[in-house]
Design a protein around this ligand. Structure first.
Ligand code: ATP
Length: 258
């Protein structure tokens, strides 16, 4: 696909300043500021409860926040909504819902104004082309719940492509997915970045950050570190992010969590 909208040059896709979110008075994100770079894959890491999903939900406008500002290419989230696509955590999706792969992808074509209208030929072409890009054309008529976890993630990425979103946000896309599917999805995300999109994802898979992400945001209620993965993703930064829950096996490459 060559139809990625070209948003303003020099304005970050996502500019978050002093974001503070609390649930019932308990702070989940405290004064978080970060500017996500364009045309890059940024990974968010942090322990359970660090606020990764809260951050992504706030960015998507799904949560009220107590302080700070969020700008998407200089616009409010509401103004920019069509340019952002969100792939939620697998566990919050109702996989038994009777909907086909093609119908899921077609949802990327709906807008609040166009929700009631029937899909036209252009919508069908966009859906087909998006499915082809993720290698899922042959599954168009299948019920979404009958696919493997990796295939389901690819379908949701196709929905984002059909939407022609310039910013893709994925919440733990690799949870419950085998290593080969994970690799396929990472290659797909890298291609999307190369064609001009911006990708932001949260993950618990630390081993993939240096190999597959351009930037890393280490989060634990606050920003512990943010920068190029090659220079930021270091043992001491991860120790600060995860506290005592990090074990070293063989140098930086062999880190696991307790
Ligand atoms: P995980 O890696 O386990 O998915 P996370 O980094 O995505 O965690 P969040 O789900 O954003 O973390 O949660 C951050 C904090 O906010 C946690 O302490 C969590 O218990 C709390 N929290 C999240 N959602 C709610 C909610 N709806 N009501 C109350 N507290 C919440």
């Amino acid at each position: 696909m060559t139809d990625v909208p070209s948003p303003l040059v020099g304005v970050p896709p996502l500019d978050v300043r002093h974001l503070t979110v609390a649930y019932h008075g308990v702070i989940a994100l405290d004064d978080v500021s970060v500017a996500i770079p364009p045309h890059a894959v940024t990974g968010i890491v942090g322990p359970n409860g660090a606020g990764k999903t809260t951050f992504l939900h706030a960015v998507m406008g799904l949560l009220p926040y107590q302080g700070g500002e969020i700008a998407v290419w200089g616009d409010t989230v509401g103004q920019a909504r069509r340019r952002i696509a969100y792939v939620p955590q697998r566990e919050v999706v109702d996989w038994a819902f009777p909907i086909t792969v093609e119908e899921v992808v077609m949802m990327g074509r709906y807008t609040p104004q166009r929700i009631a209208r029937k899909p036209n030929a252009a919508d069908r072409d966009a859906a087909r082309s998006a499915l082809a890009q993720v290698g899922m054309e042959a599954f168009a008529r299948r019920q979404i719940g009958t696919l493997s976890g990796g295939q389901q993630q690819r379908v949701f990425i196709a929905r984002a492509l059909a939407q022609q979103a310039a910013l893709l946000i994925l919440d733990e896309p690799f949870t419950g997915i085998d290593a080969a599917s994970q690799e396929t999805i990472f290659h797909l995300l890298t291609d999307l970045r190369t064609e001009g999109r911006t990708v932001l994802l949260s993950t618990h898979d630390l081993s993939s950050i240096r190999t597959h992400c351009d930037y890393v945001l280490c989060l634990n209620r606050r920003v512990i570190a943010f920068g190029p993965a090659a220079t930021t993703f270091r043992i001491e930064v991860l120790e600060r992010t995860y506290g005592g829950r990090l074990f070293h096996l063989h140098g930086d490459e062999g880190m696991i969590l307790s």
